[in-house]
Design a protein around this ligand. Structure first.
Ligand code: PLP
Length: 379
């Protein structure tokens, strides 16, 4: 029998999820509202240490509404890291605003807060202030939130947190998702918990979340007939998918523990090889270990990220480069950027290895053996 393909971070579901989905099914609450939606919102908000959350159709929808609700509009500037998934910038563009991309900190690959602060103060001195900063909790880690939140509050710029990849991570003991005016989580198929597709907007502000819920329901006014005074969106999460999300959330700590085990095994086997570095963890950060990434120094190893990726692909194992910096994307060619060389090097060198909770020990050993063979013996 041939081995099944090994994916980077596939869904991992069990009987808790099945029972909850069947409960939603049997109750006939299949609409984008219902008891599982309410419970999922409360349970996720509680996990993040907040009181308010709106379950939405995607993390991108959550970012879009979050940015809109902190006041981003046409012609505005929004500052964000360049090393992130395109959705972070797309949400800005949906509002007719322009993203400004800031380079990564080599010590965490998250946004370089010193560079960002210098840019923001310089901008403020010249009388122009962006309407928002978006932080991204990259690959399950966090940026330096002490410094970032203090710059944003000093300059009175709202912070929107893109915590799509970081549910369960924390910075100095405070949960990812609780640092900004609001934060977006994603539950797409490869995230640490999934609803197959879905997202959540969380906030300290009841009013912001209530507005998000209204806008996400086509901004339908409370009349017996259909009445609309502003532009809304069809962004709500279905009760069926919220049931799946609740089951996944119950197992979050177990998932983080398993991903950490996977990271630790990769680190033991590969971290000491001259020319391989594990993805750095920022000071004070407790990651959720969503994806384990290694950095391969082509000059020292004689083989690079693409050689390893292709060797794994030959074994039917999926691995992937980290996000291509947004300032290099043709779509954002004309956007302003602040530095970028660090993110470019990370993109050139770093490879994300299979990290899903259901990864078998045998598969992980096969992956490790292939990487070792290639980097140590060149074949
Ligand atoms: C950093 C980041 N932001 C936003 C998103 C968008 O989330 P979704 O796919 O749920 O729209 C993702 C994941 O896809 C992501 O990794």
């Amino acid at each position: 029998m041939t081995a099944a393909r090994v994916y980077l971070s596939p869904p991992d579901v069990g009987s808790e999820e099945r029972d909850l989905i069947l409960d939603a099914f049997d109750s006939n609450w299949l609409a984008p509202l219902g008891p599982h939606v309410d419970a999922f919102e409360q349970e996720l908000a509680h996990r993040v240490g907040l009181k308010h959350a709106a379950a939405l159709s995607s993390g991108t929808a959550a970012l879009h509404l979050g940015l809109k609700l902190v006041g981003v509009g046409t012609g505005d500037e929004v500052v964000m890291p360049t090393l992130t998934f395109v959705a972070t910038a797309n949400a800005v563009r949906y509002l007719g605003a322009d993203p400004v991309f800031v380079d990564s900190d080599p010590a965490s690959w998250n946004v370089d807060v010193n560079l960002l602060a210098t840019y923001l103060y310089e901008r403020a001195r010249r009388g122009r202030r962006p309407s928002a900063v978006v932080s991204v909790d990259l690959l399950g880690g966090c940026p330096d939130y002490d410094a970032l939140t203090s710059v944003c509050s000093d300059l009175e710029i709202p912070l929107v947190e893109d915590a799509a990849e970081a549910l369960g991570a924390s910075y100095r003991g405070q949960p990812a998702g609780s640092f900004g005016a609001c934060a977006a989580f994603s539950f797409n198929g490869n995230k640490i918990i999934t609803t197959s597709g879905g997202g959540m907007l969380v906030s300290r502000s009841a009013e912001l979340v209530e507005r998000a819920r209204h806008l996400a329901s086509q901004a339908r006014e409370p009349f017996a007939h259909y009445e609309h005074t502003e532009l809304g969106y069809n962004y709500r999460l279905s009760n069926l998918l919220a049931a799946l999300g609740r089951g996944q959330l119950m197992g979050l700590d177990r998932r983080i523990a398993r991903r950490k085990e996977i990271y630790t095994r990769y680190s033991e086997a590969l971290g000491s090889v001259d020319g391989i570095d594990m993805m750095p963890v920022g000071d004070g950060v407790d990651p959720n270990y969503w994806l384990t990434c290694v950095r391969l120094d082509r000059e020292r190893l004689g083989v690079g990220r693409e050689d390893v990726r292709l060797a794994l692909e030959e074994m039917d194992v999926e691995s992937r480069a980290v996000w291509k910096p947004l300032h290099l994307q043709p779509l954002y060619r004309d956007a302003e950027r602040v530095g970028g060389a660090v993110a470019e090097r990370v993109f050139e060198d770093a490879l994300c290895l299979p990290s899903g909770t259901a990864l078998s020990c045998d598969d992980q050993e096969r992956i490790i053996a292939t990487v070792q063979r290639l980097v140590l013996h060149g074949r």
